[in-house]
Design a protein around this ligand. Structure first.
Ligand code: HT7
Ligand code: ZN
Length: 848
């Protein structure tokens, strides 16, 4: 099949002036009637009207009351343009079977509740419609069902026994349509907007879960206020509903006025959710809420422009979290995630531009590149145009494009206009895949006191893009004096050419540069720096990100050396880490991040960068020795931190207490290597919150203990689906390399393993892929197990299967035996009869 190409975009031949839908809900035979008012688009060349429709049983269809003669094919219905009046009413009735919908796209059922997921192309599984984001229309919806709660987009307009009607006045694309019907209860609240309008807020959950909604609600209210204050954006309906669903392919969905969430990102209590869960809930509630303006009021012209809404909304949720918590810690966490997910993607066969130019299945492009690199582009743009320029550009964007379906060109044009800058070179960030490399060299002339910093950029080839042009790279640089004092405050070098030099005259002594402060661009810095220099920056850099980065770089180098020749970490590093651990001026959350060893995947990537073939087992062993060396060297300091970071009083998910717990549990993980898990066993036995219970369990499993705690944990939490997900995941993720595959295999036979539930599937098979040494254990059993399960899942839920197939994206990194086994697994998947478009595209791209 031919891919869909950005270059082939044409405007819709007909626009929609209004849509009225009626749903008569029944698990196997839901009737959907649609009345759609079409009008010919004056900006389009005359064309046939394509109505998308998949898996629909057409019962009747008329145009202005006259039955149509056209017959649907497997993907929709074409109405010949020449036969159509300039404006007409379409009326149709179709039948669908939500209970049989296991793919969780369109209208489906989860625990007796009806819900929808229409992004990207799920609406076509509900009724015939031009299912493309540039067709925006106001919708009214009538839902008929015996279930007590009947929800759709917009404001409630009328309701009676067994029915409810909803009216969404804001024109929207079909991917933002939503309907929910179920036996639900609400945790309710209210919000007064800046202009004084009252908004009713509800978080809808299954009965029994209403006590676990407070944090999501609080996050929602803080998000609403923040968007008013930071971006001047008010909410625009009388009601905002959030619904928690157990069976969900991703995190959450920003349907207009009716956000649908994976229950994992709504439900939280101190007993059942970890600090990380609370953090995610805050972030994701904010993200979906922010989409109301960046995505819903202004949407994407086509799916190639996905980063227009996603990159911007991720950037906005990052700003929000930075304001709610520690900005420095948030930045480090975002960079860790970017490197782990996006850099990895960018360096392999799945690399693609932030705005791709072709696809087979758009669901495969909800990637770290579109989301996270997309957010980094917005951050760079803000750095380049300045805060005021950014605010002016954003204001113009909302003023000019409200109610429209836009492109990246529209987005960049408002900044060019508001600031007078030429952003044509900057636009390359959207078009070129790959992570730029920034080579840094220094020149010091003792006699004249002249210091020169030279930067050279290059971007490696990526699939379909052998040659890259230079990009605009904002490089934030500062200089420190030999005593650790800041002698040049942060300055942003705007690099536009392949090579750029900065010379500073009259320095009394050789300065120490601090490069890429705040991680000012998503690039890899190649700078040959001595360990002493890194330790110096780790102790003195005034930029917290760069300070952390210096320690991280040091740890990475030590680990690479340990993998190569079995070396041990030297006292310099260990002493510097000990100083950081006990420096009470530093935020505990920051110290916890400094204690976190680079992941096995990071070390593998560092070896690949050095032109070597990573051995996952050798990496695992080296990392374990590294952590044991830290534990042995810092036992006293770790023990002190473990005690000092106790959080007295009732559990609070706030950043301060969460940071203390993060440091306490990081210390515990090291201490367990010294005490065999005694402290962890005691903490597990007495923990009154899930953060400490899970932290203690993880610490035990990491040292090969904890089997009785595993059993106890399951007995305690067998009734709680989200906690049981954690129970599955932790055992697989932290299993010893030799037993990880068997652990995963035996858990797939556990009676609680409900493989059709995406969270549960991910908790075993997704966790296996995160256990690098276990997944890559010699013999290829991990690859075979994952391939078997992806083949089984694909016909049931292709989207989730395709997403998890990315575990294979690094296959070319490894030795011939592993490469052969991974390749064989991918080929076996590819050869499976009737493979979905999702998984076919992924395997084809990975195999190259
Ligand atoms: N815009 C949404 C992306 C999405 C999605 C969400 C849930 C299930 C399937 C999905 N397909 C695409 C989520 C977001 O970025 O906010
Ligand atoms: Zn989003």
């Amino acid at each position: 099949p031919q891919p869909i190409r950005l270059a082939d975009y044409t405007p819709p031949p007909f626009l929609v002036e209004g849509v009225a839908l009626t749903f008569r809900l029944a698990p196997r035979a839901t009737r959907v009637t649609s009345r759609i008012r079409f009008r010919r688009n004056p900006d389009a060349q005359a064309q046939d009207l394509r109505l998308d429709g998949e898996g629909l049983r057409l019962i009747s269809a008329t145009i202005d009351g006259v039955p149509i003669t056209a017959q649907p094919d497997a993907t929709g219905l074409t109405l010949p343009g020449g036969d159509l009046p300039d404006a007409f009413d379409w009326a149709a009735e179709v039948e669908i079977a939500p209970e049989e919908n296991t793919a969780l796209e369109g209208l489906y059922m989860s625990n007796g509740m009806y819900c929808t997921q229409c992004e990207a192309e799920g609406f076509r599984k509900i009724t015939f419609y031009p299912d493309r984001p540039d067709v925006m229309a106001p919708f009214t919806v009538r839902v008929e069902s015996e279930l007590p709660v009947l929800l759709s987009n917009g404001n409630p307009s009328a309701q009676g026994d067994g029915w409810a009607e909803w009216d969404d006045p804001w024109p929207k694309p079909a991917y933002l349509f939503a309907l929910v019907a179920g036996d639900l209860v609400a945790h309710s609240d209210a919000f007064a907007t800046a202009s004084g309008r009252a908004v009713a807020l509800n978080v809808w959950v299954r009965p029994g879960d209403e006590g676990r909604c407070a944090y999501a609600m609080d996050s929602l209210k803080r998000s609403m206020r923040w968007d008013e204050e930071a971006y001047g954006r008010e909410y625009d309906l009388d009601v905002f509903n959030i619904v928690a669903v157990d069976d969900f392919n991703m995190g959450a969905m920003e349907n207009k006025g009716l956000n649908v969430f994976n229950s994992k990102y709504v439900l939280a209590s101190s007993e059942t959710a970890t600090d990380a869960d609370f953090d995610n809930i805050e972030r994701i509630v904010a993200h979906e809420y922010f989409h109301n303006w960046t995505g819903n009021r202004i949407t994407c012209r086509d799916w190639f422009q996905l980063c227009l809404k996603e990159g911007l909304t991720v950037f906005r949720d990052q700003q929000f979290s930075a304001d709610m918590r520690s900005a420095a810690v948030k930045r480090i966490e975002d960079v860790l995630s970017l490197r782990a997910r996006q850099f990895r993607e960018d360096q392999g066969p799945l690399a693609h531009p932030v705005r791709p130019d072709s696809y087979h299945e758009i669901n495969n492009f909800y990637t770290a590149t579109v989301y996270e690199k997309g957010a980094e582009i917005i951050r760079m743009l803000r750095t380049l145009v300045g805060e005021d320029g950014y605010d002016a550009g954003v204001r113009l964007y909302f003023d000019r494009h409200d109610g429209q379906a836009c492109t990246i060109e529209d987005w960049l044009a408002v900044f060019a206009e508001a600031t007078g800058r030429d952003l044509s070179q900057f636009a390359r960030w959207y078009a070129q895949a790959g992570t730029p490399r920034l080579r840094v060299t220094e020149d010091w002339d003792e006699g004249t006191g002249r210091f020169t910093l030279t930067l050279e950029q290059s971007t490696p080839p990526t699939p379909g893009q052998p040659d890259k042009a230079p990009q605009v790279i904002p490089v934030a640089v500062g200089l420190l004096g030999p005593a650790g004092d800041e002698i040049m405050a942060t300055r942003v070098i705007e690099m536009t050419d392949t090579r750029h030099s900065l010379t500073i005259e009259g320095m009394p002594a050789r300065p120490v540069p601090s490069i890429l402060r705040g991680f000012s661009a998503p690039v890899v810095v190649e700078h040959a720096v001595t360990p002493e220099r890194r330790a110096f920056l780790m102790a003195h850099d005034t930029d917290p990100f760069s300070r952390w980065e210096a320690g991280r770089g040091l740890a990475r180098e030590i680990l690479v050396a340990m993998v190569r020749d079995g070396a041990a970490p030297g006292p310099d590093y260990l002493d510097a880490l000990a100083v950081t651990l006990s420096d009470e001026r530093l935020d505990p959350a920051f110290r916890a991040l400094c204690l976190r060893a680079p992941s096995e995947d990071d070390i593998a990537q560092a070896l690949v960068d050095a032109g070597e073939t990573p051995d996952p087992m050798a990496i695992h062993t080296a990392r374990e020795r590294f952590q044991r060396a830290i534990a042995a060297h810092m036992d006293d300091g770790l023990a002190r931190a473990f005690i000092a970071m106790e959080t007295p009083g009732p559990y609070s998910p706030d950043a301060r207490d969460a940071g203390r717990r993060a440091l306490r549990l990081a210390a515990l993980a090291y201490l367990s290597r010294n005490d065999g898990g005694d402290r962890a066993a005691r903490l597990f036995a007495g923990a009154d919150n899930m953060t400490e219970q899970m932290g203690a369990l993880g610490a035990l499993l990491q040292v090969g203990a904890g089997q009785s705690e595993v059993a106890r944990f399951h007995r305690q939490w067998a009734h709680d689906r989200l906690v049981v997900d954690k129970w599955f995941a932790v055992q697989v993720a932290l299993a010893a390399p030799e037993s990880a595959v068997e652990t995963a295999r035996s858990l797939t036979r556990h009676p609680d393993f409900d493989w059709k539930n995406p969270n549960r599937f991910r908790s075993v098979l997704g966790a296996l892929a995160t256990n690098a040494a276990g997944f890559h254990a010699p013999g290829g059993a991990g690859y075979a197990l994952l391939a078997d399960w992806l083949i089984q899942l694909d016909p049931v839920n292709p989207q989730t299967a395709a997403r998890l197939s990315t575990a294979f994206e690094t296959w070319r990194r490894y030795d011939p035996a592993r490469q052969g086994a991974m390749r064989a697994a991918l080929e076996r998947i590819r050869a499976t009869p009737d493979l979905s478009r999702d998984l076919s595209e992924m395997t084809a791209r990975m195999l190259g």
